[in-house]
Design a protein around this ligand. Structure first.
Ligand code: 13P
Ligand code: SF4
Length: 300
């Protein structure tokens, strides 16, 4: 059954000159049919460089919107339009405008996990892979970072600059506690503990390595260690195991399951390719200023 549907997807993608991009948290069967899997930064870069006419984005809405910001002449499809990111919805353009009005000259660094309308108010975007580099690139000694308070705290721990934090967070990463990590460490004392910078600072302080999802994939491949405790969404365990069949991966907590990242099915991908459903568009008055902040990040 999956074989038939996979064949159909490949055929449709070829006929329509479509590329399929998938985030590292997507379900295994979606990652397996993708032309490229990656973290937010890799997927944004790929979306800016492809010659395909259609980008099928298997991830969440902000990722498809970023592709639409970068490629206005391409058709961007999000096969399940309900796939969102609760953290991205924790900052509205109205609230951000009000905050900026209190200090109009402050640079705003916005995590890509945000809406296009928020990116449009932004100096430069960042991802979990480049947040420290982006913060260092800001000329001023002070900045506002939205929407993730944990990512902002992590960046602040790596620079002397003053970083004002927005009070947003990822409900899954923020819920990971030091006690849960400690329990896994005691159960697997030889394992290397990797944590995503969306985790809280008390968890990040326990980490052997802090990295984006693709950063974790690289660490696991290069490390001499044979076992790892994975402090991020459990979907990453699939590509980790696929690339390292002889190594062992333990989730820091099985509760780290992003509902939105599991919404896209193979049937959704077929329907989307057949009928161009789930098209994501960004109005020009938002896209143009948002593009400046995304391009600044990609150029860095
Ligand atoms: P990465 O960019 O590290 O893949 O993270 C995206 C994300 O949504 C993490 O929750
Ligand atoms: Fe958003 Fe968290 Fe899901 Fe990533 S894991 S898409 S930050 S809710």
């Amino acid at each position: 059954m999956n074989q038939d549907i996979t064949k159909k997807i490949k055929q449709l993608a070829k006929e329509k000159n479509a590329i399929i991009l998938a985030h590292n948290y997507e379900p295994p069967e979606i990652q397996d049919i993708a032309d490229l899997c990656g973290d937010s930064l890799e997927l944004s870069i790929k979306a800016s460089q492809t010659n395909a006419d259609i980008i099928v984005f298997c991830g969440v809405r902000f990722m498809a919107e970023t592709a639409a910001i970068l490629s206005p002449d391409k058709t961007i499809l999000l096969p399940n339009p309900d796939a969102g990111c609760p953290m991205a919805d924790m900052v509205s353009p109205e609230d951000l405008k009000a905050k900026i009005a209190l200090n109009p000259s402050i640079p705003v660094v916005t995590y890509v996990n945000s809406t296009a309308a928020v990116k449009a108010l932004t100096t430069i975007c960042c991802t979990s892979a480049n947040v420290v580099r982006v913060a260092a690139s800001i000329e001023q000694n002070e900045m506002l970072m939205v929407p993730d308070r944990n990512l902002a705290a992590y960046a602040a721990s790596k620079t002397d600059k003053l970083i004002h934090k927005w009070n947003g967070y990822c409900p899954y990463h923020d819920a990971l506690t030091p006690a849960q990590v400690e329990k896994q460490r005691q159960a697997h004392p030889d394992a290397l503990f990797m944590a995503h910078p969306e985790c809280r600072m008390d968890v990040l302080k326990m980490a052997d390595r802090v990295a984006s999802t693709s950063g974790m994939l690289r660490i696991a491949k290069e490390s001499e260690k044979t076992s790892f405790i994975v402090g991020t969404e459990v979907g990453l365990l699939y590509p980790l195991k696929k690339a390292n069949p002889d190594k062992t991966f333990y989730p820091a907590s099985r509760a780290m399951q992003c509902v939105d990242m599991k919404k896209i099915t193979l049937a959704d991908v077929v329907a989307s390719l057949e009928n161009n459903t789930g098209q994501v568009r960004v109005p020009e008055e938002i896209r143009v200023p948002a593009l400046a902040s995304v391009e600044r990040m990609i150029r860095l």
